[in-house]
Design a protein around this ligand. Structure first.
Ligand code: KIV
Length: 255
């Protein structure tokens, strides 16, 4: 699916993005009218239960991209390029092609390395950049861009990523003021996560915003539901009903 994202800068319409890793969730997000689905490498944390995104492989992203595309045939699907899968222009293009063949409309990658976005763009692959906190290489999860030199670096990188052909950029965990300033300086839309209200859109990890884990999330996460409470209660009821002999009833059994 090809789509231009320029209108979000031009009209001020806000862009919405959530992660999904499987067909069931992707189908619900599409039905609910989300603009973009991100097959995030956050699947390492929320799906595989490991503490970092660094072990996620291209093969795993291919598998999850196929599942998401099966559930959401019409949504614009971005897939994260995993850690170390875009070290050179050649490996970046080869790995991105696998993700596109699996059903992604474009790829997202973290940080700026000269020539990588240009090579992907020249190969006809839409790129979403990602600046600020970069989970694949981060040593801590503190707010980025507090010092002036880092602010300058982030602004310079955002401009370079746009110049190489990125069609949008995620900004993760910066002050609202810095994200707004970067947004104003670009022609492409910005998608914030923990970067305040001055971006052109917002992205969240779907498990976080649906309350699928019991621990409280980061400050920027708004919990729109408490699905872990709902699920735990439903499973308790199932366990109770099976143990008491209440389930299955005659109506739930074949004659
Ligand atoms: O992997 C991911 O889910 C992401 C979002 C946090 C933007 O990159």
């Amino acid at each position: 699916m090809k789509r231009s994202f320029g209108k979000y800068r031009e009209t001020g319409e806000r862009l919405t993005m959530l992660t999904a890793y499987d067909a069931a969730f992707a189908s619900l997000l599409e039905k609910a009218g989300i603009d973009c689905i991100l097959v995030g490498d956050s699947l390492g944390n929320v799906f595989q239960g490991v503490s970092s995104t660094r072990e996620v492989t291209v093969g795993q992203m291919v598998y999850h991209t196929r599942s998401v595309r099966a559930g959401a045939p019409n949504a614009f699907v971005w897939t994260d390029m995993p850690h170390l899968s875009y070290e050179t222009p050649e490996t970046a293009v080869a790995n991105a092609r696998r993700l596109i063949e699996a059903g992604a409309d474009g790829v997202k990658l973290e940080g700026y390395r000269k020539g990588i976005v240009r090579a992907l763009t020249d190969a006809g692959i839409p790129v979403c950049a990602h600046i600020g906190l970069l989970p694949q290489t981060a040593e801590n999860f503190k707010v980025r861009g507090k010092e002036e030199d880092e602010q300058i670096r982030l602004k310079t990188e955002a401009a370079a990523l746009q110049e190489e052909g990125a069609v949008m950029t995620v900004i993760e965990c910066t002050s609202s003021a810095l994200a707004a300033e970067i947004t104003e300086s670009l022609d492409i839309p910005t998608i914030g996560i923990g970067a305040g209200n001055g971006c052109d859109g917002q992205v969240l990890v779907v498990n976080d915003m649906l309350g699928l884990k019991e621990e409280k999330g980061a400050k920027f996460v708004r919990r729109y539901a408490d699905l872990c409470g709902v699920i735990i209660e439903a499973v308790h009821s199932f366990v109770r009903d099976v143990r008491s002999g209440d389930y299955p009833s005659q109506n739930e059994s074949y004659r």
